[in-house]
Design a protein around this ligand. Structure first.
Ligand code: SIN
Ligand code: FE2
Length: 206
């Protein structure tokens, strides 16, 4: 049953059952074999992020001294990103309410000490489609607010198998991860959390 968190923000607790979560982890392991996790760096300063990332899909999100951007190739190997597993495309079809398939799936790995500061997802050309977030492994304390920095926020826990979409009025909402609850899931062989964010990037051609 979907929960309405705020206008434009919907949470589906336990969207993937245990078997689907395990199958997805196996598929992501294969993605990571082809496109190894890398440590993104902040634009300008080059300071490393606390999360590690990789991508699948036609485009992938990367960040380094040159800025935040989407590109069709892995920043270290130069190879194209692996295809998006079909169960991710299916989740998008079921939950996104958008007629075109996702172009990018960013895969973030959070060690138990990793966090993500409040930010907007605004590197896309087009904000018509929602961002669809899928969580695997340890539960995270997620925070989402309005479209202006410093406004009121709500916190919710994202557990393994949960889906969350933010779109419409919330497409540019500030959001972040305050904390990972280490040991809350036994899905992954190690403590930590995987988050997938599926997005449209370019404006549809007419
Ligand atoms: C993100 O905003 O890129 C990730 C959100 C999450 O980890 O749930
Ligand atoms: Fe984000």
């Amino acid at each position: 049953m979907p929960l309405a968190v705020a206008p434009g923000v919907t949470h589906w607790p336990g969207y993937f059952d245990a078997g689907e979560q395990a199958a997805l982890v196996a598929e992501l392991r294969e993605v990571a074999r082809q496109a190894p996790f890398f440590t993104p760096r902040m634009p300008k300063t080059g300071k490393p992020f606390s999360v590690r990332m990789t991508n699948c899909g036609v485009l992938g999100w990367v960040s380094d001294e040159g800025g935040y951007r989407y590109q069709p190739n892995h920043p270290e190997t130069g190879e194209p990103w692996p295809a998006m597993p079909s169960r991710l495309l299916q989740a998008w079809e079921e939950l996104a309410g958008y007629p075109l398939p996702p172009q990018a799936c960013l895969i973030n790995f959070y060690e138990p000490t990793a966090k993500m500061g409040l930010h907007q997802d605004r590197d896309e050309e087009d904000f018509a489609a929602p961002v669809l977030s899928l969580s695997l492994g340890d539960t995270a304390l997620f925070r989402i607010g309005g479209t202006v920095r410093g406004g009121k926020t709500v916190s919710l826990k994202l557990a393994s198998g949960d889906a969350l979409a933010f779109g419409g009025a919330a497409r540019l909402a500030y959001h972040g991860i305050d904390r990972i609850l280490a040991g809350s899931s036994s899905l992954l062989p190690q403590a930590g959390r995987i988050n997938l964010t599926l997005r449209r990037v370019t404006k549809p051609r007419v």
